[in-house]
Design a protein around this ligand. Structure first.
Ligand SMILES: [Cu+2]
Length: 443
């Protein structure tokens, strides 16, 4: 929910006069805040060119006001508390009450004025990743502008020259500020509403954190050994499901501001990558995929026809990225009898876990965990434990969902006779041909 009213779409404060930047910039628009980490309904345009708005997984779109022919937004960089999933809250830095920040949505050709207020304890800037802006609006602290000191507000003004999917993040003390969660997505809709329209349009950004169990702050100088693999700073089972109406054309826009690539996989369908942060891919250059790798510092957008009803896993294909806080120094004990070992270890470290002798499937086993962390593998489905974490959610394709209904439709009702099943008796030993005698060969 927005904490203030009167800010939706273009309803508020339309000034008739044409605007030259610096005068109008004196009146700073209200900074709208968000206090929830769940997907907010799409923000439909109420004037200007029509477009089908996006929804942000576990996020929201920043409302704007019109001032003359400028769209004005106000981002506030500030410390926030973000819940990764129930049972784990992390102190991050973000924008307008959440990390990542709100999605900024506009239309190709829009003139935008983005106010950035710094409420962090150190200076910051905002860089508009992938966007074609004048050099002085590019947000690289020291290079293209002075850093925005704590307590100060800067204004960025530019035209949305091309449609597509972009990102924003600081270019000031970048390692720390991005490791603390400062990022967000930008969606610029084509001016022509008939250009590659879709029925549902989802967006999220991927980031990673090292938050040791029992602690509340990411280790900002971690380079490789992360333990929280997030979509919009949420991990399974905290990531929103992706509800889709059977037959919908669906677009999913994925940004990557983490320290590694993520091969993103959707079950039950094939899709085509249609857009990157560089622009739209011509139809003649598209090809079918079921997994697309999203490189670091890049955006990949895929379009998929949701023609196969069901509950479809949607996840990063690096298997460690669908886990939550993981003890990487765990030994592989598969095939080793560990009865005596467990006793000995238990004496030394009562909370320690050793990998099971047949694997790590845990079923419904509950283990003692320190405060403020999440089990490595968790989540319950209608047939048992799902044993996932991190970058995993479910695309739920259902007949007859209402157009803007993004609520979780619950578990899929499988038609009778369509679920894999156990056979009643053990398989008989297959009948084998007796081996034929080896022919005598002359060398
Ligand atoms: Cu990954």
């Amino acid at each position: 929910m927005f904490s203030r009213r009167g800010f939706l779409g273009t309803a508020a404060l339309v000034s008739a006069s044409a605007v030259s930047g610096r005068v109008q910039a004196a009146a700073i628009p209200e900074a709208v805040q968000m206090d929830k980490a769940v997907m907010q309904p799409p923000l439909h345009p109420i004037s200007g060119p029509d477009y089908r708005p996006v929804v942000t997984l576990n996020g929201w779109t920043l409302p704007f006001r019109m001032n003359g022919d400028w769209k004005e937004f106000h981002l506030v960089a500030e410390p926030v508390v973000r819940e990764f999933a129930e049972g784990m809250k992390v102190n991050l830095w973000g924008y307008n009450g959440q990390s990542p920040g709100p999605t900024i949505e506009a239309v190709e050709g829009d003139k935008v004025r983005i106010f950035v207020t710094n409420r962090l304890p150190e200076y910051t800037t905002v860089h508009w990743h992938g966007m074609i802006v004048p050099s002085g609006m590019d947000g690289v602290g020291g290079l293209t502008q002075p850093h925005i000191q704590p307590g100060k507000t800067f204004v960025y003004e530019f035209e949305m020259r091309k449609s597509g999917t972009f990102m924003y993040h600081p270019h000031s003390d970048e390692m720390v500020q991005m490791a603390m969660g400062m990022m967000g997505m930008i969606v610029v809709h084509p001016r022509d509403p008939n250009f590659r329209p879709v029925d549902r349009d989802f967006v999220f950004v991927m980031s990673t954190y090292r938050v040791d169990p029992g602690t509340y702050l990411p280790r900002v100088n971690e380079m490789t050994d992360f333990n929280m693999w997030t979509w919009n700073a949420r991990v399974f089972p905290g990531i929103d499901p992706v509800p889709v109406r059977l037959g919908d054309k669906v677009r999913v826009r994925i940004g990557n501001l983490s320290m590694t690539n993520h091969p993103i996989h959707l079950h039950g369908h094939s899709f085509a990558v249609t857009c990157t942060d560089g622009g739209w891919i011509p139809e003649t250059a598209q090809y079918p995929e079921t997994t697309t790798d999203v490189p670091v510092g890049a955006v990949r957008v895929f379009d998929v026809l949701a023609d196969n009803p069901g509950d479809w896993a949607f996840h990063c294909h690096k298997s460690h990225h669908t886990m939550n806080a993981m003890g990487h120094d765990m030994r592989n004990m598969i095939g080793v009898s560990r009865k005596d070992l467990a006793k000995a270890v238990g004496k030394l470290a009562p909370d320690a876990m050793v990998m099971g002798q047949s694997g790590m499937a845990m079923g419904n086993m509950e283990m003692p965990a320190p405060d403020n962390t999440l089990p490595m593998m968790t989540g319950a489905g209608q047939f048992g434990s799902i044993e996932m974490g991190g970058m995993f959610t479910v695309m739920k394709i259902r007949k007859g969902l209402a157009r803007d209904d993004y609520r979780d439709p619950g578990p899929y009702q499988f038609p009778q006779g369509t679920v894999a099943y156990e056979v009643a008796s053990p398989a008989a030993e297959p009948v084998r041909q007796p081996a034929a005698p080896m022919p005598k060969m002359k060398m």
